[in-house]
Design a protein around this ligand. Structure first.
Ligand SMILES: NC(=O)c1ccc[n+]([C@@H]2O[C@H](COP(=O)([O-])OP(=O)(O)OC[C@H]3O[C@@H](n4cnc5c(N)ncnc54)[C@H](O)[C@@H]3O)[C@@H](O)[C@H]2O)c1
Length: 351
């Protein structure tokens, strides 16, 4: 991953990142529009596939030189170098499979598929067809998280002890995947990045309020080797947006507030020391850390374009996608065991 960070820094400096490349975006909905705009700004947008005619009409006005299609088969007849998929998750596997089998590079939005076995199949297909398969774990490209990783890797934080993420909002309520599948792929991909390992144990619980069978809020605890623990709290039934990420190390602590004004990244020179056999809080300086404010989606899509020459991708690659899917499934298994098997029942004393 250190090498991957160096490569990412090089992208920032490299202005000539492949304007001769042609990219086609599949799905022009809420998020796909961001792919389209970013690729247009990068000068590589050449095609869009969208099943909705109204959406196509408005794209025709906005991007008169871009080829538009209503299905992927027609788009595959053209000479695009790579595709990104921003359609609903249940379509990802079939669309990605068709693209990979045509020998073209692809970036699939998160969650990559509905099952880890499908993600594994796409990974193998991509290897056989010698194409890059990337997943839209966009926060792996976020300069603030790359700074956090730097502080862990160069020992400033000491031993990594605890990580948590709150991703809460009254946002898009999906009907095919629950809130954990919708929001937490980002957090899991970050936990994987920061710990450089694979979890040993996962436990998840939550509440289904709006739709039967789909959780609206979940709290998940993940244990990594070396006694590193973390939790992920996600909800789309929450009165305000809170994207908070906290990292606790033996020598210091970090807080990143992605939903606050100015998106502060703060280092706390605080911790716990042992004095006369007792743990004591150690209070130290609080300092703000600067980081590059380039939007992570721009960095992610630039990285994808930069690898359309077939150089293997290292960040948000197929292996990362499969691992995140396995962790999503582990959490789902725990969620579905439900309250009966994982919790202790309480009864109030009679008064
Ligand atoms: N990386 C991120 O931060 C992020 C953020 C939001 C959404 N997403 C992901 O992006 C994907 C899309 O989410 P969204 O919110 O934009 O959904 P959306 O429903 O707003 O848009 C999906 C679009 O795909 C079109 N579509 C459906 N099937 C198609 C097909 N077979 N071929 C072509 N077009 C098709 C629909 O008409 C629609 O316009 C999801 O996987 C979601 O999880 C990622």
């Amino acid at each position: 991953m250190e090498r991957a960070n160096t490569m990412l820094n090089q992208i920032n400096l490299n202005q000539d990142f492949g304007r001769s490349r042609k990219v086609c975006v599949v799905g022009a909905g809420r998020w796909g529009k961001n792919h389209i705009k970013t690729f247009a700004d990068l000068g590589v947008l050449a095609g869009v596939v969208e099943t909705n005619q109204d959406a196509l009409l408005s794209l025709r006005k906005q991007y008169p030189d871009v080829k538009l299609f209503t299905n992927i088969e027609h788009a595959l007849e053209h000479d695009f170098d790579g595709f990104t998929i921003a359609t609903p998750v249940h379509t990802h596997f079939d669309v990605a499979k068709a693209i990979i089998e045509s020998g073209r590079h692809v970036l699939v939005e998160k969650p990559i598929t509905m099952k880890s076995t499908e993600a594994l199949e796409l990974k193998r297909l991509a290897e056989q067809n010698k194409v890059n398969l990337m997943v839209g774990h966009v926060l792996l490209f976020h300069p603030a998280f790359r700074k956090i990783k730097e502080l862990i890797d160069n020992g400033i934080l000491g031993e990594l002890q605890y990580v948590y993420s709150n991703r809460l909002n009254l946002g898009t309520i999906r009907t095919e995947e629950n809130v954990f599948w919708s929001f937490a792929p980002h957090d899991i991909s970050l936990f994987q990045y920061l710990t450089d390992s694979f979890p040993q144990v996962i436990a998840s619980s939550g509440a289904m309020i709006i739709q039967d069978g789909l959780h609206d809020t979940t709290i998940t605890t993940i244990k990594y080797p070396g006694n590193v623990t973390g939790h992920i709290y996600v909800s789309w039934l929450h009165p305000f947006k809170e994207h908070r990420f906290v990292v606790i190390g033996s020598n210091g602590m970090i807080r990143f507030e992605d939903s606050m004004e100015g998106k502060p990244l703060v280092f706390y020179d605080k911790g716990v020391v042992w004095q006369a056999g007792k743990p004591q809080a150690r209070d130290g300086e609080v300092s703000h850390i600067d980081y590059d404010k380039t939007p992570p989606l721009t960095l992610e899509l630039k990285y994808f374009v930069d690898h359309l020459d077939g150089t293997p991708v290292e960040i948000a690659n197929a292996q990362n996608a499969v691992e995140v899917m396995q962790i999503l499934e582990g959490a789902t298994e725990s969620l579905m065991k439900g309250q009966d098997q994982t919790t202790v029942k309480l009864q109030k004393y009679a008064s």
